[in-house]
Ligand binder design. Structure first.
Ligand code: PEP
Length: 253
């Protein structure tokens, strides 16, 4: 574990207006642990990134975006580039979240292009992979995850891998209240590290942060984070509640 960072990242999705974010900041500041050894991130709606960077600076929460476009400029109405996100002060960007794959036609191919765009802009991509319930029941979880990881990382050079985070998010666990067992989460995160080892060697594999995501909360976080290959969490619902989010951060400390 000392080879890699533990990262607790919230994914706010389409939640929290500017004023709600201000209220969240006021609530979390007095209770967030100081001297934590994990990195804490909040991925917020793009329109609020600049304000978030300012609001959370003094409690050492880094800010991330929830997606980006893969081109660096052009006629893509409504989209934003990785460079825009970077210049707004964010450090991270979620790539290939299952909701983006499901509702906005993101594919393993576009995920790869976005990973490159993020890296080129100096952002840390949090690359989401995960199987559906049907795929788990068919017994193809490991093949699928391996395929998704390989596609996402295609042509990413080894020296950039220090700035890549993978999030294992089984679809059946996202927003459902149904969490993967610690064993299931640990098993897949271990398999992801094995894929990275095959692609890049042992040195890179042990330096990459691999998160679990899917109904992680204040109650189950400690057990999930105790798995040797689970280096953090990507947290949806529970990241909207300051007390719960802090409890998850404390579980990682
Ligand atoms: C997510 O969407 O990244 C997520 C893990 O959501 P939740 O924690 O609400 O399941």
């Amino acid at each position: 574990r000392r080879y890699r960072k533990t990262i607790i990242a919230g994914n706010w999705k389409m939640n929290n207006t500017l004023s709600q974010m201000k209220a969240f900041a006021e609530q979390i500041k007095p209770i967030i642990p100081k001297g934590k050894w994990c990195n804490v991130v909040l991925c917020v709606p793009a329109v609020n990134i600049t304000s978030a960077v300012r609001l959370f600076k003094d409690c050492h929460i880094a800010i991330g975006a929830e997606t980006c476009h893969y081109e660096d400029h052009g006629a893509f109405t409504g989209e934003i580039t990785a460079e825009m996100i970077k210049e707004a002060g964010a450090k991270y960007v979620i790539i290939g979240h299952s909701e983006r794959r499901q509702y906005y036609n993101e594919t393993d191919f576009t995920v790869n292009k976005k990973v490159h765009a993020a890296i080129n802009a100096g952002l840390i991509p949090i690359v989401c992979v995960g199987e559906s319930l049907e795929q788990r029941e068919l017994g193809v979880t490991m093949e699928l995850i391996s395929y998704q990881v390989k596609c996402a990382l295609a042509n990413v050079p080894a020296d950039k891998m220090r700035h890549v985070v993978i999030a294992y998010e089984p679809l059946w666990a996202i927003g459902t209240g149904k969490t993967a067992t610690a064993e299931q989460a640990g098993e897949v995160c271990q398999a992801i590290r094995a894929v990275i080892r095959k692609l890049y060697g042992a040195h890179v594999a042990r330096s990459v942060t691999i998160q679990y995501g899917g109904s992680m909360n204040a109650k189950n976080a400690a057990e999930l984070l105790a798995q040797p290959d689970v280096d953090g969490g990507l947290i949806g619902g529970a990241s909207l509640k300051p007390a719960d989010f802090v409890e998850i951060i404390n579980s990682a400390n």
